[in-house]
Ligand binder design. Structure first.
Ligand SMILES: Nc1ncnc2c1ncn2[C@@H]1O[C@H](COP(=O)(O)OP(=O)(O)OP(=O)(O)O)[C@@H](O)[C@H]1O
Ligand SMILES: [Mg+2]
Length: 305
């Protein structure tokens, strides 16, 4: 259902993802993991057709993401990090707009809007202006637009971020229901490993834009034992910080520990990232590279998905 081969995305001289390859079958639910700045959002935007790749190929539902983007968008629901909402629209008119863009026939439009609104529990705010909604409700509206038309592939970039505990549970339940329906192949990026354990069958870990591991959760567990079964959190930390160096870094201002001559410290790969305590991303090579407009993304495109 999803085929990614040698996918590379560069921002000027900085590779956000490099030579990424993986395949997902129909019905797979993938937990997409990696430290801040690892390249998860970049990968998802490329797959969703919102960002051109530098090289490599990607197919979604049998269609080439770069050569047949409209076919892909018809079969894909995407919840970006920042949901593509129009603040001046009401929830109902926004969902109607999204449904029309997705090509839902006018006959079934109202029923489809009611269905996704009920599922994401925004049916009580359909008449409200998006700008006045709380963050949690906006996130749910973002989810609603992603699942309009029941697309076979869903790409959800940190869908529970910023939600209160009750809403987190609701969104997880919703993703679980979508997964259980067997109708969707889902890529879910998150920093909450419990979410992955609860919802996903497979896990892909990237670091500094490169694939670190890709397997089923059972497969990962069977390869990472240490006298006892390890939790996904322990396995994840081993994968992204194999030497434990990042976890045991001295706090800022503390006296630095003496350096071991052969320690893998200071490599560009490992220096700026930490799983336990997210650290700032490395600065971009050139300030001019840090623009979304350079990727040719008009805001209308985002809303059109
Ligand atoms: N428009 C851009 N211009 C330049 N560099 C960018 C741009 N977008 C992302 N990057 C860089 O690409 C790398 C990957 O970023 P990305 O947002 O994909 O990471 P992520 O895994 O989603 O991180 P997070 O967990 O914080 O959401 C980072 O180093 C980031 O600074
Ligand atoms: Mg991200």
């Amino acid at each position: 259902m999803i085929e990614v081969k040698g996918l590379t995305k560069r921002y000027r001289d900085r590779a956000a993802i490099e030579g990424l390859s993986f395949e997902l079958e129909e019905g797979d639910i993938l937990g997409f993991l990696g430290p801040n700045g690892a390249g998860k959002t970049t990968t998802m935007r490329v797959l969703a057709g919102f960002l051109p790749a530098t090289s490599g190929s990607a197919k979604v539902a049998g269609f080439d993401v770069f050569e047949q983007p409209l076919e892909v968008k018809r079969r894909l629901g995407y919840l970006p990090e920042q949901p593509p909402l129009y603040p001046d629209m009401t929830v109902g008119s926004y969902l109607r707009f999204c449904a029309e863009v997705k090509g839902i026939a006018s006959k079934g439009l109202k029923a489809e809007i009611d269905r996704v609104a009920r599922l994401t529990r925004v049916d009580d705010v359909l008449g409200r202006v998006i700008a006045n909604l709380s963050k949690g409700y906006r996130q749910r509206v973002g989810l609603a637009q992603a699942i309009i038309g029941s697309p076979p592939v869903l790409i959800l970039d940190e869908p529970t971020v910023g939600l209160d505990p009750l809403q987190i549970i609701e969104v997880r339940d919703l993703v679980r229901d979508l997964a259980a329906s067997g109708k969707h192949t889902i890529i879910l990026s998150t920093h909450i490993l419990q979410e992955v354990t609860e919802l996903c069958r497979k896990v892909l870990v990237i670091k500094s834009g490169k694939l670190v591991d890709f397997d089923t959760i059972e497969g990962l567990r069977s390869r990472h034992v240490d006298g006892k079964e390890l939790s996904l959190e322990e396995i994840y930390l081993r994968l992204i910080d194999p030497t434990g160096e990042l976890r045991h870094r001295p706090a800022e201002g503390a006296t630095p520990a003496p350096q071991t001559p052969n320690a893998d410290a200071g490599s560009a790969e490992s220096a700026p990232q930490s799983a336990g305590a997210p650290s700032p991303e490395p600065a971009p090579a050139g300030a001019g590279a840090e623009t979304t407009s350079s990727d040719g993304e008009p805001p209308t495109k985002a809303a059109a998905n």
